[in-house]
Write a protein that binds this ligand. Structure first.
Ligand SMILES: [Zn+2]
Length: 165
């Protein structure tokens, strides 16, 4: 049994949640049209129903989010097509991470509702967290310093390259 993941930089994220409601970042990311915007928002790909992006506040390297494009909070609000596509893109994301980062396992799941840990409870999103044996020490060496943007854009480039886009 692994101890819980330690991700101190997520405090920035948790603090940001107490700020006044801004536009939903998943809706914004879903509506972008240019490659530059896609890159700056770490959007890997979109389909008619779903969006796949790198989590800016990751638990591990390669932590991805798969979300319906529609601003919906609950699984039962999704249409059959949205629901099926969410599952399809989750599988695609896992496939990509296996090729790019060779993880040894995954945590995959959705937090529904603020009390269940959802950071953006209005817009559901599936977390795909790649895991490696001993990864609880992931980046603790850099302590309070959050993943530097450069590392995120390098990860973005790498995943896009492996995906062959
Ligand atoms: Zn939204």
């Amino acid at each position: 049994m692994q101890p819980p993941l330690h991700a101190p930089w997520r405090m920035d994220y948790i603090r940001s949640l107490s700020k006044p409601e801004g536009p939903c970042f998943l809706c914004e990311a879903s509506n972008i049209t240019t490659d530059a915007d896609r890159k700056s928002r770490l959007v890997l790909w979109t389909t008619d129903h779903s969006i796949v992006l790198i989590n800016r506040f990751p638990y591990t390297n390669g932590h991805l989010l798969v979300s319906p494009r529609a601003h919906k909070a609950d699984l039962e609000e999704l249409s059959e097509d949205e629901s099926a596509d969410l599952q399809r893109q989750t599988i695609e994301a896992i496939r990509l991470l296996k090729r790019a980062l060779s993880p040894q396992g995954f945590n995959v799941g959705i937090n529904l509702g603020r009390c269940a840990g959802a950071g953006v409870p209005g817009h559901l999103h599936q977390h795909i967290v790649p895991r490696w044996a001993g990864d609880t020490n992931f980046m603790t060496v850099i302590g309070e310093i959050r993943i530097v943007p450069q590392a995120m854009s390098q990860l973005y480039e790498e995943l896009m390259r492996v995906r062959g886009v």
